[in-house]
Design a protein around this ligand. Structure first.
Ligand SMILES: [Zn+2]
Length: 723
């Protein structure tokens, strides 16, 4: 899954949402007395050079980090102490405002450390991380949860009615206070102790859960004869062979993970083996052995319910959703249940199509869950006959980078010029681009682009900022980066990327645009709720397959011809293929997640709950949840996506409706729509309520029908809906 990373440190909300320390015992703060000044440690120096200072990547080394963290923590302690020691009664100006600006050094050090561990990691950086991640988490807890500081936040909050603060200041003061409340900072005595016990117990249950699932994912099914490989592509057979060799066994190992299960079920003509692989996969964590997670989940649910009650929330879902756009479990449930029937209806069609092929081939079977991917692939080949190798020659990486820059120029007046100056980079492949506003030539910032996979770089694609926009501390150039994992071409060859890679490029760049266009005053009002984050990035993907982009940039690397419309049409037609399956697989997981956590009485029989809930919503029997509860890491290896798996759908609904706003004008480059999108949604961070911001942009709430149309589902006729 694509992710956004934020640079840490600035703002209360961000610092407290860092992973909480498991055992928040007093960390030793004395290890490394050296290298804690800018004279001896380059990480502590102010950033210098162009664009109001850039990170000195060329001077970064693992041994500098401990001293830099020490010094940065010391600075933050002193800054907070100064706020606490202020003899005046607490006000927004002497409490919230100065707290917004603390930790400047920490912000710089963390930005560099993020790159160290994500882009160019090695054993030394991993060792620093292992030691410092828990120490920093404990540090933030101790720093922000000091009673005198909490008291000051409380005073500001309780006097809001009498103050003459602006709406924005009120929003910040309210959010700061509510954040403390949600974290249990306002609890006292026994309640506070109990919360700390619950936090610790949950942390160990989370690692117990993920270890058990991991253990089951390390098991494998061993194939020992050529017959067992029927239908599998050669490259996948090599992968299976490699997996067996790694485990020092003879034959071919189908490891019990998604990346093995999926191609196996899609390609294997051995129905008996498909069934076997499928069953092993869907029963991870659910085998009644030492790795069974059902009891672990029941304990987690029990503790979550207790914690929610302690913090004054109706359920765990209400607690988790307090700072989301959806706001309540009911709103999320409403959206999901509007999409659900259409997805189920589509699955019925998909199954009928597959059954027809099976019958035509005389297979003599009824489509079962282990047949779905296999027959879906047959339908796909039958209907669309698109081969990836037809598309790739049109997507030259270099041209697609130019394409995304060009689109940002058309829509938002952003201009990107490759920087040929002496800005340091952390790896020789990394490129930098100067970003200017083409209307007046002013500098917006610097954009770092790290495209290729390499050892030490984590997988996937992500966006991050090394320095974010804010006005309170003085306007500064934004330093943003996109990080992808494309395969580096051999020397002298053109880098070609797949359609999927090209979408990823536009997706991450959409996050980049969001942060380049941000125009907020308080750092604490930047960022967005969890169910909004993927919206700007998803919207940006839409421009990829437009004629303007394809004609100019998707040219064949040998002939120079633009991508033919017939091929574009086939890509577009196939884009809604198998969406019934994908939607039901995802949505059933999201619905079960929400119902599991939106209860005051915690579920004790997890298996029964899953079964009964699926029966209640009419789960098609040909499909299983994308993540069954016994293996649902999003929910049980941390709090992160618990009561939050719906978020993807929430963002996608806004995406679909926003794209229609462009399409409705007859011109997807319509500047009036782009200007409104920028003004209300992209530039405003979290300064205003996001639902209200959307209404300002669109004149109404997001229309779920747009999502149905995007996924190719039938849209209920007017009057059929009940909202
Ligand atoms: Zn994303």
């Amino acid at each position: 899954m694509k992710r956004v990373l934020f640079t840490a440190a600035s703002g209360l909300a961000m610092s407290l949402s860092m992973p909480a320390a498991v055992n928040a015992q007093e960390a030793e703060m004395t290890t490394n007395g050296e290298m804690t000044s800018a004279e001896t440690n380059p990480l502590l120096a102010e950033w210098t050079g162009p664009f109001e200072g850039v990170p000195p990547w060329d001077q970064m080394a693992p041994e500098y980090f401990p001293g830099a963290f020490e010094a940065a923590m010391e600075e933050m302690r002193a800054e907070v102490q100064a706020v606490i020691d202020n003899p005046e009664p607490a006000t927004f100006d002497n409490t919230n405002r100065p707290m917004e600006l603390i930790g400047e050094t920490m912000g710089r050090v963390q930005a560099m450390f993020g790159v160290a561990v994500s882009n160019i990691s090695n054993d030394e950086y991993r060792a620093v991380q292992a030691e410092w991640a828990p120490r920093l988490a404990a540090f933030y807890q101790q720093l922000y949860l000091q009673p005198e500081l909490i008291e000051r936040y409380r005073t500001v909050y309780e006097n809001l009615d009498e103050s003459d603060l602006t709406d924005e200041q009120r929003r910040l003061a309210t959010r700061d206070y509510e954040q403390l409340q949600r974290n249990g900072a306002l609890l006292e005595g026994e309640d506070r102790e109990r919360l700390s016990e619950i936090t610790q117990e949950l942390a160990s249950l989370y690692s117990e859960f993920s270890n058990k699932v991991l253990a089951d994912e390390e098991t494998y099914i061993l194939l020992d004869s050529e017959d067992d490989l029927a239908g599998l592509p050669d490259s996948f057979v090599s992968t299976l062979r490699g997996a067996a060799e790694e485990r020092e066994v003879e034959g071919w190992a189908v490891v019990n993970t998604r990346s093995y299960m999926q191609p196996f079920l899609q390609n294997s003509t051995r129905r008996d083996l498909r069934e076997q692989v499928y069953n092993a996969y869907i029963n991870r964590g659910d085998n009644g052995d030492e790795n069974d997670t059902n009891a672990t989940i029941a304990q987690i649910l029990q503790l979550r319910a207790e914690r929610a009650a302690l913090l004054g929330f109706e359920t765990h879902a209400h607690w988790r959703m307090a700072d989301t756009m959806a706001q309540t479990p009911e709103n999320a449930e409403d959206l999901m249940m509007r999409v659900w029937p259409a997805a189920v209806a589509r699955v019925e069609q998909e199954v009928a199509d597959m059954q027809a092929i099976a019958d035509r081939e005389g297979a003599g079977i009824t489509i079962e869950p282990w047949d779905y991917r296999f027959y879906a692939e047959k339908v796909r080949q039958d209907r669309y006959s698109i081969d990836e190798s037809e598309i790739t020659p049109y997507f030259q990486l270099e041209n697609m980078i130019e394409a995304m820059f060009w689109a940002a120029g058309q829509l938002y007046d952003l201009e990107f010029t490759e920087n040929t100056g002496d800005v340091p980079v952390f790896q020789e492949d990394v490129r930098t681009f100067v970003v200017t506003d083409s209307r007046d030539g002013s500098n917006v910032g610097l954009f770092y682009l790290d495209n290729y996979a390499r050892t030490g770089k984590r997988s996937g694609a992500w966006m991050t900022t090394y320095r974010s926009q804010q006005t309170l501390g003085g306007e500064q150039n934004v330093l943003a980066s996109n990080n992808n994992n494309f395969t580096e071409p051999a020397a002298g060859e053109v880098a070609l990327i797949s359609l999927d890679d090209a979408s990823t490029l536009f997706h991450e760049f959409g996050h980049g645009i969001h942060y380049l266009l941000q125009d907020v005053y308080y750092p604490g009002l930047s960022g967005t709720p969890r169910d909004f984050v993927e919206y700007p990035s998803q919207v940006n993907e839409n421009w990829l397959l437009t004629r303007a982009i394809l004609d100019r940039f998707a040219t064949h690397y040998e002939t120079g011809e633009p991508m033919p419309q017939a091929l574009v049409d086939r890509i577009e037609e196939s884009s809604t293929f198998n969406e019934g399956f994908a939607t039901v697989e995802y949505l059933s997981s999201a619905i079960v997640d929400m119902r599991l956590h939106n209860r005051t009485e915690p579920v004790t029989d997890v298996d029964a709950f899953e079964r009964e809930t699926l029966a209640e919503i009419g789960m098609p029997e040909e499909i299983v949840m994308r993540h069954r509860l016994p293996q649902f890491n999003h929910l049980f290896s941390s709090d992160a996506y618990s009561a939050g798996y719906y978020s993807y759908l929430w963002s996608e609904t806004m995406d679909a409706d926003t794209w229609e706003a462009f399409e409705e004008t007859g011109d997807v480059w319509n500047r009036e729509v782009a200007d409104r999108f920028r003004e209300y949604l992209l530039s405003t961070g979290n300064e205003t309520d996001r639902a209200e911001a959307y209404r300002q942009f669109r004149g109404r709430d997001p229309d779920v029908d747009a999502l149905l149309r995007k996924r190719g589902f039938p849209v209920p006729a007017e009057g059929d809906t009940t909202d």
